[in-house]
Structures are given as structure tokens and as C-alpha cells.
Design a binder for this molecule. Structure first.
Ligand SMILES: [Zn+2]
Length: 109
């Protein structure tokens, strides 16, 4: 709890008070901003089919990344852009795969 100044009349009022005791102006408590943010519900879990799809897409991205990296290394003329894209695909696929794997393991608990 803190004492704040009323924005209307300048009187010292509690930030927990719904309104200023002097002029009746509504007090906006700073912590109320956090209450407006919806709490992430722990109950919203992904369905098994969604998890399977994520894992499948992640492995597909990973495989494509490996293939692209392989192609880029075999074909040096592709240049820096091709190898950068291949590396990006590989890294994002790997990250995605790990995330999907962790989500799968967590959902089984
Ligand atoms: Zn006031």
C-alpha cells in the first residue's frame, strides 16, 4: 500500500482507495494493470493430435534443414545465402523439435 497524490485535487490518498476521499475522483492503482493481463491458464493443454502434428512439422523442418545444409555443402556455388538459409532452417528445426519433444513429454505426465 502506498500513499499517492490525487491527480485531480492533489490530496494524499491511499492507492488502494477506489476514489479520492477529497474530491471523489477515481484512483487508478498501479497494480491493477497486472490484473488486466489474463493469467495463462494451466488447464489449456494441447491435444495429443496437436502435439503429434507439432512434432511431425518440427522433424520435417529438421530434415529439410539437414538436406539443405548437405546440398549447400555439396554445391559451393550456392553462395553464402544458401548456406545461411540452410543453417537457419537446421537451427530452427532443431529448436522446434526440442520444444515439441519437451511438450510431448510434459503432456504425458
Ligand atoms: Zn482528489
Amino acid at each position: 500500500m502506498a500513499i499517492i497524490k490525487c491527480s485531480e485535487c492533489g490530496r494524499a490518498v491511499s492507492d488502494r482507495a477506489p476514489a479520492c476521499i477529497g474530491c471523489g475522483a477515481p484512483i487508478s492503482a498501479p497494480q491493477s494493470a497486472f490484473n488486466l493481463v489474463p493469467a495463462r491458464s494451466a488447464g489449456a493443454k494441447l491435444t495429443p493430435s496437436q502435439l503429434r502434428w507439432r512434432l511431425a512439422l518440427a522433424s520435417l523442418t529438421l530434415v529439410l534443414g539437414v538436406m539443405a545444409a548437405d546440398a549447400a555443402s555439396r554445391w559451393p556455388r550456392g553462395g553464402r545465402l544458401a548456406s545461411t538459409l540452410a543453417a537457419l532452417l537446421l537451427i530452427s528445426g532443431l529448436c522446434w523439435f526440442i520444444i515439441a519433444l519437451v511438450q510431448n513429454v510434459q503432456s504425458r505426465r
